[in-house]
Design a protein around this ligand. Structure first.
Ligand code: MN3
Length: 203
């Protein structure tokens, strides 16, 4: 049997992102939702290995949507937790260096980037994610959105910063008002983490 995926440690306490994201939301989101993606990913991969051992291609194909959904959920949330930081511990402190320069070059300013990112992310129909990604071929930053748990890798971009707009990410606190959640989240974005991802993506 291959590698078992595990729930990564949360880099802060569940209530550390308050008041932007409540401890109740974080606790459910991490311990229940992310944990379920990990459990179901491992289950699907185990079934896939069985099907592969039996040369059962029809079953292998049938399992691909479960691998995409749960594997995507695991990949996306593992990035998302590190993209966030408590206020006073880096949260919302703004990009610097090369990343700041590239954001200005691509979008005009940080505020213009945030405005564009929020508009696209708020407009996602149903569940999904808004992303800042790096297009390595074109050497450019791009804003993209993905439905469901499709990881950004399905678009060819390298993920730098993701915002989860599934209702489980905000509904208990922001109810149906997704724009308020997406507006507030910039107060806890861990730009240091985004910069590290940008450096690695360019290497
Ligand atoms: Mn989520």
């Amino acid at each position: 049997m291959g590698h078992k995926y595990t729930l990564p440690d949360l880099p802060y306490d569940v209530d550390a992102l308050e008041p932007v994201i409540s401890g109740e939301i974080m606790s459910l989101h991490y311990h229940k939702h992310h944990n379920a993606y990990v459990t179901n990913l491992n289950k699907a991969l185990e079934q896939y290995a069985d099907a592969e051992a039996k040369n059962d291609i029809a079953q292998m194909i049938a399992l691909q949507s479960a691998i995409k959904f749960n594997g995507g959920g695991h990949v996306n949330h593992s990035i998302f937790w590190t993209n966030l930081a408590p206020k006073g511990k880096g949260g919302g402190e703004g990009p610097s260096g090369n990343l700041a320069t590239e954001i200005d070059k691509e979008f005009g300013s940080l505020d213009a980037f945030i405005e564009k990112f929020n508009a696209k992310t708020v407009a996602i129909q149903g569940s999904g994610w808004g992303w800042l990604g790096y297009n390595k071929g074109a050497k450019r930053l791009e804003i993209a959105t993905c439905g469901n748990q499709d990881p950004l890798s399905t678009t060819g971009l390298i993920p730098l910063l993701g915002v989860d707009v599934w209702e489980h990410a905000y509904y208990l606190q922001y109810r149906n008002v997704r724009p308020d959640y997406v507006k507030a989240i910039w107060e806890i974005i861990n730009w240091k983490n985004v910069e590290e991802r940008f450096s690695k993506a360019q290497a």
